[in-house]
Design a protein around this ligand. Structure first.
Ligand code: ADP
Ligand code: SF4
Length: 685
């Protein structure tokens, strides 16, 4: 199909200093968990986005010197020759598709705790990074940089820039954002210096200027130099000579870099979860740049709508549409807009499972795109399955796992029948996405159903409960059982293990609420699942006018959602909705009027009044249908939550794996031979 002319502007080439980007789609640097230890994995992941049409594809942050070591978080390096070779695999993959390759030269300063190199963290004035960000912290405090340290920092950037150019990068970033070292010089909270690098905004900007000059000189103007800046704090600070310190900083630097890449200051606002933060949320912080500088500007905002992208360009906010999460969820987003296939875009749902991967220290995972991070290891491609298949597949259960298994099998060429006992497909998403803030997560089902409905080899059977006899009668060559998991009413013991179920009046699981049960208030929600559902249910019940108390065994609400940047927003939401909030407690009993609690550590008994209790604790998989089929000798594959309950991302990945492997006896999984396998020709250095 032809491209909609409305979107032509997105495909205009744009100059970035000495380089020319073929279009305005710019995959900004973002963490992937793929360090130099897995160069092929990283190259395949980034190369896929270039194949999907992104005009610029950047790798993530790369440390310029051992005094910036982010362990245990995955951290790429640009320290020596071996690092050049490891990065070159990625730039080659990106260049092969006609895209420019960028790299973020990174020094974490007080935000990098150097747990491996054990060198003292560096800082302008000895101020540690985000004192309350405990899980990222260590007991180490940064040293104050002297004049020699500043010279070293500039030299490290220059040397890293030379290595980056040798590795084939076109765009080299100076990174003054998100609490990292050059940013610490910009912000008065970190920078109390009395030398030429501290005090006035003019002085605080000096280091960034010198870094840009050093990177440009080191590569003799051959590479473009980008500056990445966080704007959130600076924009809120008054200036004597400009509208805000942000305006003053950009004014002073307006001619310095070849490109500005602007973002927020904190992960929770920079990569805001869709549950609380809408698409395009950065705009009020970055909308002024183009009035102050003529250099091109890139910014992000979880853009998945081409109309919103055009608005950003035509509205004079951005020159490039930056994408991190949208490029993970759909590496082929630009190609689909180019081909007039907007309805095929696999839109990011803003769940931030990808960010949790970095916090977990592993390769990136994505709820919408199960192939992310598997391009090399399993040879998965987001648009094309690996092997063709023949025959008929019956998929029972049309939740995230069943939908993905059906789509993948259909793309392989199987004839696919997908049945669900519910009148509509979507499984757990049908109920969960009706809870406050979770509407966009329905994109997981909408995308897959949209694709399935267009395929001639797919038959959809909503409202069809499938029994073992039905499967036998259907006689498909392959049977996939994706019937989901169920929530139990088990309580949590003092040792934090689930114990016997609670039998009492008005005790509900999420499945009961999904089936239409309406609790009486006051209602207590007891959460030892610790992800989103407990607090989302509490929000929903409060929104319906019930008095709600949220109780969790953990020290904070939705403890795991710290990893997805949701937790801070969740705490605000609980307060906003007047939800009572109790931590480090477990429920020990309930008689329909009084809820008995115990403090997790001391066991001290407590009581609160409640008419209903919602238990969000243990989920169990398994499938009676699957067991019956196996007992009859009918081969069937269990997948998704029925196989092992987890997040939606787990179900989609399992469903994809099932779809990819149906009927195959041998499935190849590749190891990345690692950087040792890369031999750098002497002449290249
Ligand atoms: P997952 O996350 O693994 O996809 P879900 O719980 O979201 O699991 O979806 C499971 C789906 O399976 C639900 O939509 C449910 O209605 C459906 N289902 C369960 N048992 C049957 C059955 N016997 N026949 C047809 N559909 C079923
Ligand atoms: Fe978007 Fe979620 Fe995928 Fe991240 S994991 S890219 S937020 S869909």
């Amino acid at each position: 199909m032809a491209r909609n002319p409305r979107y032509d502007i997105l495909f205009e080439p744009v100059k970035i200093g000495p380089k020319l980007a073929k279009n305005r789609f710019f995959q900004v640097p973002h963490a992937s968990g793929m360090t130099n230890a897995a160069p092929q994995v990283r190259a395949a992941f980034r190369g896929m986005k270039a194949e999907g049409g992104w005009g610029v594809v950047c790798t993530g942050a790369a440390s310029v010197d051992p005094s910036s070591d982010d362990s245990p978080f995955p951290c790429a390096t640009l320290w020596d020759r071996a690092d050049i070779a490891a990065h070159r695999v990625m730039t080659e993959a990106v260049h092969a598709q006609g895209a420019l390759a960028g790299i973020e030269l990174w020094h974490g300063g007080a935000a990098a705790m150097n747990r491996t190199t054990r060198l003292p963290p560096l800082s302008p004035s000895g101020v540690p990074w985000m004192a309350t960000h405990v899980p990222f912290m260590s007991s180490a405090r940064p040293k104050v940089m002297d004049a020699g340290d500043i010279k070293d920092l500039i030299r490290w950037h220059a040397e890293a820039a030379m290595r980056a150019e040798q590795a084939g990068f076109d765009i080299l970033y100076v990174y003054a954002g998100m609490g990292y070292l050059p940013y610490q010089f910009l912000l008065s909270d970190y920078n109390h210096r009395t030398d030429a690098y501290g005090g006035s905004v003019r002085n605080r900007v000096r280091l960034v200027e010198e870094l840009i000059d050093a990177v440009r000189e080191a590569t003799h103007g051959r590479c473009a130099v980008a500056l990445r800046l966080s704007m959130q704090e600076l924009r809120g600070r008054p200036s004597d000579v400009a509208e805000s310190e942000a305006h003053e900083v950009i004014g002073l630097l307006r001619d310095a870099p070849d490109l500005f890449d602007v973002k927020m200051d904190y992960s929770g606002t920079d990569c805001g979860p869709s549950r609380f933060v809408p698409e395009g949320s950065h705009r009020p912080f970055v909308d002024f740049l183009k009035q102050v500088t003529d250099k091109p500007v890139v910014g992000v905002g979880r853009f998945t709508s081409p109309d919103m992208m055009v608005q950003m360009i035509r509205g004079g906010v951005l020159d490039f549409v930056g994408g991190a999460r949208p490029s993970i969820a759909d590496p082929f987003l630009p190609a689909k807009i180019d081909q007039g296939r907007e309805e095929d875009i696999r839109e990011c749902i803003g769940c931030n499972i990808c960010i949790s991967s970095w916090h977990d220290g592993v390769w990136v995972r994505c709820t919408q795109n199960p192939t992310a991070g598997e391009e090399w290891r399993r040879g998965w491609h987001p648009e094309k399955p690996r092997a063709q298949g023949e025959g008929e597949v019956l998929v029972v259960g049309g939740g995230p796992a069943g939908l993905e298994a059906a789509l993948t099998a259909a793309r392989r060429g199987f004839r696919v029948a997908l049945a669900d006992k519910a009148g509509e497909f979507g499984g757990r998403l049908r109920f969960e996405t009706a809870l406050p803030g979770l509407r966009q997560w329905m994109r997981v089902a909408d995308y897959r159903l949209g694709q399935l409905r267009k395929m001639p080899n797919v038959s959809l059977y909503p409202g069809s409960e499938i029994a073992p006899d039905d499967v036998a009668e259907f006689g498909a060559d392959h049977v996939v059982v994706a019937t989901g998991a169920r929530w139990t009413n088990a309580l949590c013991g003092a040792n934090e293990l689930p114990i016997a179920p609670l039998e009492a009046p008005r005790v509900y699981t999420p499945d009961d609420l999904a089936a239409g049960a309406v609790p009486e208030g006051p209602v207590a929600v007891f959460d030892f699942d610790a992800y989103y559902l407990g607090t989302a249910l509490a929000e929903d019940l409060a929104a319906r006018g019930l008095a709600v108390t949220y109780i969790t065994t953990a020290g904070a609400a939705a403890a795991w959602s710290f990893l997805t940047n949701e937790q801070g927003h969740i705490h605000s939401a609980l307060a906003r909705r007047g939800i009572g909030y109790r931590t480090l407690e477990r429920v020990t009993g309930f008689d329909g009027e009084t809820l008995a609690l115990a403090q997790m550590m001391s066991g001290e008994p407590r009581q609160i009044a409640a008419r209903s209790l919602v238990l969000v604790g243990l989920r169990q998989g398994g499938s009676a249908l699957h067991e019956a089929l196996i007992a009859r000798g009918i081969a069937a594959e269990l997948t998704g939550d029925a196989l092992a309950p987890g997040a939606i991302a787990h179900a989609v990945w399992q469903g994809h794996r099932t779809g990819e492997t149906l009927g195959l006896s041998n499935v190849m999984i590749r190891r990345d031979p690692g950087p040792g396998a890369l031999i750098l020709p002497e002449a290249a250095e």
